[in-house]
Design a protein around this ligand. Structure first.
Ligand code: NDP
Length: 273
């Protein structure tokens, strides 16, 4: 299933993320994911595994236009020349002439360089090196500034999002601006007992699926773009097999009720890494 972005391009709503996938294992793991059927891969310069992603793409023989590849500019590369250089390096590591989506990884408001960096992203898009451009971990105030100062509205904002941290107000803001929401940590990164919570466990049992499948379905039915990570081929297949059932409105509402501000990652307003 595809989502159409505000620049007219489409993105597969379900993909595969490779945060914390060991660089030495990335080629094998991404090859497995491509064999399972994933066509959307989410990586980042800071993950150190773009080379492995690129090798898996090359080995797969899958036509480039059937793949959707996202990478991200790391914080220390915000700026003008450094951002151009970082894009070149990411493309070289991936072995690609363009990515489908390039993201500013974190706003780092303390650096105050994300608007300058966004102007580079606009040029990267014009030159065809990044088909779509977007941001990650941006809050309303960061986006308000960025939109006021530039001519391209980001296609996506990739944010921490899972039932315990459902980001309702930010999702509403993004929808109002025509910016697609992407979830990172969609399964809560395994950092709290999401799968044991009764709305998730009950919905899974009712449909004869696993709790992970119920949570991924919750994201999809909310229109969120999602790319769970796993090293296990079995779980890759499980996480991809989510189109044969539908959560009821009551099940969706019960899972919505798990929202409790349970942030498992860093706060973009204060992060300084
Ligand atoms: P996820 O919420 O996807 O959780 C991954 C964890 O869940 C792993 O420990 C994995 O274990 C486990 N898991 C996966 N599938 C199952 C399953 N079916 N049953 C039980 N456990 C499962 O966290 P991520 O942080 O990886 O988020 C997804 C992607 O989002 C990342 O890979 C990355 O691409 C992106 N991301 C972006 C960030 C940003 O700042 N923009 C920050 C963090 C992530 P195992 O591998 O052992 O199966």
């Amino acid at each position: 299933m595809d989502i159409t972005l505000n620049d007219g391009k489409t993105i597969p709503q379900l993909g595969f993320g490779v945060f914390q996938v060991d660089p030495d294992e990335t080629e094998r793991i991404v090859s497995d994911a491509l064999e399972v059927g994933y066509r959307h891969i989410d990586t980042a310069a800071i993950y150190g595994n773009e080379v492995g992603v690129g090798r898996a793409i090359a080995a797969s023989g899958i036509p480039r236009e059937e793949l959707f590849i996202t990478t991200k500019l790391w914080n220390s590369d915000q700026g003008t020349q450094s951002a151009f250089d970082a894009m070149d390096l990411s493309l070289a590591k991936l072995g690609l002439d363009h990515v489908d989506l390039y993201l500013i990884h974190w706003p780092r408001p303390d650096l105050d360089r994300y608007i300058e960096t966004w102007h580079v992203f606009e040029q990267l898009q014009e030159r065809g090196l990044a088909t779509s451009i977007g941001v990650s971990n941006f809050h309303e105030n960061h986006l308000d500034r960025l939109i006021a100062a530039s001519s391209v509205v980001p296609a996506v904002d990739q944010i921490e999002l899972h039932p315990g941290f459902a980001q309702g107000p930010l999702r509403e803001y993004l929808a109002g601006k025509g910016i697609a929401t992407e979830a990172w940590g969609p399964l809560g990164q395994g950092k709290y007992d999401l799968f044991g919570m009764s709305p998730v466990a009950d919905a899974a049992a009712a449909h004869g699926v696993t709790p992970a499948q119920a949570v991924i379905r919750w994201h999809l039915q909310h229109g969120i773009i999602v790319f769970p990570k796993t090293n296990s081929r079995e779980r890759m297949a499980e996480n991809f097999d989510v189109f044969g059932f539908e959560l009821t409105d009551a099940e969706m509402a019960a899972i919505d009720g798990l929202d409790q501000g349970l942030r498992v990652g860093s706060n973009p307003d204060t992060a300084t890494f």
